[in-house]
Design a protein around this ligand. Structure first.
Ligand code: FES
Length: 207
């Protein structure tokens, strides 16, 4: 490899190197290493998995085996905002399917496509997250928990995220036709005030 190419390669993996070093370059810390890498990239790129295997001195198949075994890891790029619609029993009975349908329609997603082309949004369906009393429940990036949602309220929350992106870095969500005007902002505030779970912590008890 030419010197310039080698430097580019090293820069590309500087962050990965620092994560590996932080964990002492130990194979026993492989899961923690992959978790941090995924937090950095929002998924586990193939070339990074190969690089990690080389750096740790283990076969790539071992790293792939771990990355594909655990549901927490994704080998596909995910959006900046991961919308998780709970479809556990309580949420299903209280209309989670309508929420999923609305998100799909609004973001242009379907069975074969769960992430928008601009990598802003990913839609996931999850089983009970332990907040059945708030059903139907949706989370955004696992931190924001919204309960007793209607499709209309969830639509406003998505509008708010799209508006935030537009005002934050000038990029837009190519697959959303949401209007990010001042009225939507006001509606979004009202919607989130009424639906966001207090403290946004997910209770530990399931249904
Ligand atoms: S079924 Fe959705 S939180 Fe329990």
């Amino acid at each position: 490899m030419a010197v310039a190419e080698n430097e580019m390669f090293q820069r590309r993996f500087d962050k990965v190197n620092s994560i590996i070093e932080k964990h002492g370059g130990k194979v026993s810390n492989l899961i923690a290493i992959l978790q941090e890498i995924q937090a950095e990239y929002r998924y586990l790129p193939e070339e990074v998995l190969t690089y990690v295997a080389t750096a740790l001195g283990i076969p790539p198949a071992t790293v792939y085996g771990v990355a594909t075994f655990y549901a927490q890891f994704s080998l596909k790029p995910k959006g900046k905002y991961i919308i998780k619609v709970c479809d556990g029993t309580a949420c299903h009975v209280r209309g989670s399917e309508k929420l999923r349908y609305m998100v799909r329609e609004k973001l242009g997603l379907d069975d074969s496509k769960d992430t928008t082309d601009d990598l802003k949004f990913t839609l996931e369906t999850v089983s009970c997250i332990g907040a059945c009393g708030l059903a139907p429940v949706v989370t955004v990036n696992d931190h924001e928990v919204y309960g007793q949602l209607t499709p209309e309220a969830l639509s406003i929350i998505l509008d708010q995220l799209v508006a935030k992106e537009k005002s934050g870095d000038g990029t837009s969500c190519a697959n959303s036709d949401a209007d990010a005007d001042a009225d939507a902002d006001a509606d979004a505030d009202a919607a989130t005030d009424s639906t966001r779970a207090a403290g946004t912590d997910v209770p530990g008890e399931g249904c």
